[in-house]
Design a protein around this ligand. Structure first.
Ligand code: TMP
Length: 207
């Protein structure tokens, strides 16, 4: 039996990582085999990307788009193996983030093209796209960071611009006829309410 590949993507501070853990527990309790993964990965490209995100190393957005692509190609080999073993793979971020974080008007089609037309990169079975007011996201990011330095995209100006791009990308991809299945989740309400929406969405997808 092959598994399912479900991506959680969207703005920083929308609670993706918390919801992934909650969903994993719920599915495991139902007897499903579940594996949690994330991008950037902890492999060689992912580690280099983390250094850039923290400001230790510098790179242009185009270089970043290429690094995320390399990380994603290597990651897909691991994902494929898990899917073949029947796992539901829950992935924290995927190519939607490259489209939203690395692109500008000039580079969006190039970044979409190299990801969507790469034979080593699969289309997720479902993408939950988390959205919230950037002010609320930033508040949550700061609360979870307890004095640690913020990463390069974790400021109001970037979050507003990225939010707009996520929205544009969602519309483009859902209309593209490429088999994308993107569902937007408003993560502003209290945790339990948002999780209820996630459960309804995932259960109706899996059944
Ligand atoms: P996170 O682990 O807190 O989600 O942080 C990952 C950061 O990496 C986040 O700011 C978004 C960024 N990112 C990109 O810029 N492009 C990508 O393709 C991916 C997967 C993540």
């Amino acid at each position: 039996m092959t598994g399912k590949f479900i991506v959680f993507d969207g703005l920083d501070g929308t609670g993706k990582s918390t919801f992934i853990k909650m969903l994993a527990e719920h599915l495991q309790d139902k007897g499903c085999k579940v594996s949690i993964t994330a991008e950037p990965t902890k492999n060689k490209w992912g580690l280099l990307i983390r250094e850039i995100l923290s400001g230790v190393q510098k790179a242009s957005q185009q270089e970043m788009a290429a690094l995320f692509l390399a990380d994603r190609i290597a990651h897909n080999e691991e994902i494929d193996e898990l899917l073949q073993q029947g796992y539901i793979v829950l992935c924290d971020r995927y190519y939607y983030s490259s489209f939203a974080y690395q692109s500008d008007d000039e580079t969006l089609s190039w970044i979409m093209d190299m990801n969507l037309n790469c034979p080593g990169i699969r289309v997720p079975d479902l993408c939950l796209l988390f959205d919230s007011e950037p002010e609320l996201c930033l508040k949550r990011i700061k609360a979870g960071r307890s004095g640690q330095q913020l990463e390069i995209f974790e400021n109001l100006k970037s979050l507003n611009a990225i939010r707009e791009k996520f929205s544009k990308i969602e519309e483009m991809l859902n209309k593209s006829g490429r088999g994308e299945n993107i569902v937007r989740i408003d993560s502003s309400p209290p945790l339990d309410e948002v999780f209820e929406v996630i459960l309804n969405t995932v259960n109706s997808f899996l059944n």
